[in-house]
Design a protein. Structure first.
Length: 206
């Protein structure tokens, strides 16, 4: 019987994606365990969500390190010690340098259809307002592997939803998040099953 996949979850804020993982684990929809939660912000509410499930937590602040490399090393040292199989960024807003041993083992989710409305400073409601302002009819979410650039790694899963007349950033965010709650666990399950193969910019699902 396949063992649960061990996750390290990186957060910066409320931890709603972390909570989705925990909910899916409890219902048996996601065969995983969260081994550690690392926050870039000591006030991140996601830390409380983790503590309530007896998950070890750590805070690694960018301002405490002189370079991206030092900051990244501090994060991945904790990840190494957790024994995680897969690193899941979940509303994590800091840039990391991904060590070679973690190539193809770090995922992120973005609340738009990459390559639209993504990159530096595109996070949270900024993304949804940009989609509304541009007038797109469809938005959604993207789960992708992480490289050392914002929202740039190969795409694993995308799910879509309509952008409706009269939408606000808040109403669109809620609709997109419903798709995120499906897409991210799906991507984790595919990884756990060994069904993802990276070929250049493409992720082949076998």
């Amino acid at each position: 019987m396949t063992k649960p996949i061990k996750l390290a979850v990186l957060i910066s804020g409320g931890g709603t994606t972390l909570q989705n993982f925990l909910d899916k684990i409890e219902t048996g929809e996601l065969k995983a365990s969260v081994e550690t939660v690392i926050a870039s912000n000591p006030k991140a509410y996601g830390l409380e969500r983790a503590k309530s499930h007896n998950i070890p937590v750590h805070v690694v602040r960018r301002k405490d390190y002189g370079s991206v490399e030092e900051f990244s090393h501090a994060n991945f040292d904790l990840i190494d010690r957790s024994g995680a199989d897969l690193v899941c960024m979940a509303g994590y807003l800091k840039l990391l340098r991904i060590p070679e041993k973690y190539d193809g083992r770090v995922m992120n989710i973005h609340p738009a259809l990459i390559p639209s409305f993504c990159g530096l400073n595109f996070f949270g409601h900024v993304v949804h307002q940009a989609a509304i302002d541009y007038g797109v009819k469809v938005s959604g979410c993207t789960v992708h592997f992480v490289n050392s650039r914002y929202d740039n790694g190969p795409i694993i899963v995308q799910r879509t939803c309509a952008v409706e007349d009269g939408d606000t950033a808040e109403t669109l965010a809620a609709r997109v998040f419903r798709e995120e709650c499906i897409a991210y666990p799906q991507a984790i399950r595919l990884f756990h099953a060994g069904r993802l193969r990276i070929e250049g910019r493409r992720v082949i699902v076998t």
